[in-house]
Design a protein around this ligand. Structure first.
Ligand code: GLA
Length: 434
């Protein structure tokens, strides 16, 4: 009898604990909510510096991010990629490389936090990182705890040396560990789209890579083969990545973004290509993670990455990834629904020669199934703001049609340089303003 009462009491108290916390003790913990409500913005060391990073470089980059107005423009994360690692100690705790980061990661986090920045760090779900430093496999909770105690705000979690690991299981484990560690840490998943994370990761990470690694090339990078005819690893050019990421728009939204990889703006692309690459990432609501050397950047590159109106397209609170409405030869027509009934429009010229294009808005009319909206060009008037006007040589648009002045008319003719974009913000204007 006593035993029965004890069992019942035990059962009741377990139920009480469960209902108080809403979950069983062995259930995974949820991801941190409220992070990356708009795509994350920042800088990452990999594209330019690979593993050649150190405290001095990171601090100089932080200082530049403040000095050049990048923090004010929204780039708040400064992320260390692969190569910050030292060894694990005898208890399994990871340490920074004492030569590269003599003051320690905690001191670096303090330095950044004092300047309005947040610190990102990098690890890997497998035994090793892609550059062969210690991975987090078997140390997930310990590493999450270490990062939290250092004041880390962002974790990019890679997928090298994972053998037979199940991606959903591995990323969910780290999600739980980050939650358990008690500090809100943005979780950026980097498994290159291999297991279609867009289908299962909306409540696991805040973003997931949709493709392999980007290279500093606008055009596709040719495939090469080894002596056995096996395709060699290759990076992807901007246009290749666009093809892969563009079709995943239905999966993106506030707190869970498609990540077509970090920016190569300023890493050797032409000014036109920089502008087009940056704009496409904004149209696709992609995380904007700079990857160039901020300490030696041209004025043109700076003007691209700090274009507030184009950034506003990316950071629009509606959080809908833009759609490519149509391709017409080398031309691509993109639209992105924005809050307040606005639309972003981008015309990309992916080809090698300048094009003169007649934009007939009414002929471009469409219904976006995802947002349920259509611009209704036949009925509505829009004010047109040319978002790259300041960086292009002036071109007088020829206007034909019914309405003139500030509002969109039926047809405008625009010139688009090779590998460049024309980008507009279209804002509906009330009838009275016609
Ligand atoms: C992978 C990732 C890259 C970078 C490197 C670091 O290739 O996809 O973004 O983090 O690893 O080794």
């Amino acid at each position: 009898m006593k035993r029965l009462i004890l069992t019942v009491l035990l059962g009741l108290s377990v139920t009480a604990v469960l209902s108080a916390q809403g979950r069983r003790p062995d259930e995974p913990l949820p991801k941190w909510e409220g992070l990356a409500e708009t795509p994350q913005m920042g800088w990452n060391s990999w594209n330019k510096f690979a593993t050649n990073i150190n405290e001095e470089l990171i601090k100089a980059t932080a200082d530049k991010m403040v000095e050049l107005g990048l923090v004010d423009a929204g780039y708040i994360y400064l992320n260390l990629d692969d190569g910050w690692h030292g060894e694990r100690d005898e208890r399994g705790f990871i340490h920074e490389d004492p030569v590269k980061f003599p003051s320690g990661i905690k001191a670096l986090a303090d330095y950044l936090h004092a300047r309005g920045l947040k610190l990102g760090i990098y690890s890997d779900a497998g035994t090793n990182t892609c550059a062969c430093y210690a991975g987090s496999l078997g140390h997930e909770y310990q590493d999450a705890y270490t990062y939290a105690s250092w004041g880390v705000d962002y974790l990019k979690y890679d997928w090298c040396y994972t053998n037979n690991l199940n991606p959903k299981g591995a990323y969910t484990l780290m999600r739980s560990a980050l939650r358990k560690a008690g500090r809100p840490i943005l979780f950026s998943m980097c498994e290159w789209g291999s297991s279609k994370p867009w289908e299962w990761a909306a409540d696991v990470g805040h973003s997931w890579r949709t493709t392999g690694d980007i290279g500093a090339s606008f055009l596709p990078i040719p495939q090469t083969y080894d002596e056995n005819g096996k395709p060699k690893w290759k990076a992807l050019g901007v246009l290749e990545i666009v093809e892969m990421n563009e079709r995943l728009r239905e999966y993106a939204g506030p707190g869970h973004w498609n990540d077509p990889d970090m920016l190569e703006v300023g890493n050797g692309l032409t000014d036109s290509e920089n502008r087009a690459h940056f704009t496409l990432w904004c149209m696709m609501a992609a995380p904007l993670i700079l990857g160039n050397d901020l300490t030696s950047m041209s004025a043109e590159t700076l003007s691209v990455i700090t274009n507030k109106e184009v950034i506003a397209i990316n950071q629009d609170p509606l959080g809908i990834q833009g759609l490519r409405l149509k391709k017409d030869g080398d031309l691509q027509y993109w639209f992105k629904p924005l809050s307040d009934g606005d639309w972003a429009f981008c015309l990309l010229n992916a080809g090698e020669t300048e094009q003169e294009v007649g934009l007939n808005w009414e002929a471009l009319e469409f219904k976006d199934k995802l947002s349920g909206r259509s611009p209704e060009f036949g009925k509505s008037n829009y004010r047109v703001q040319d978002l790259w006007a300041a960086t292009r040589k002036p071109f007088t648009t020829r206007v034909r049609g019914r309405r003139r002045g500030q509002t969109v008319v039926n047809t405008v003719t625009v010139r688009v340089a090779p590998h460049d974009v024309v980008t507009y913000r279209l804002t509906p204007v009330a009838d009275a303003a016609r």
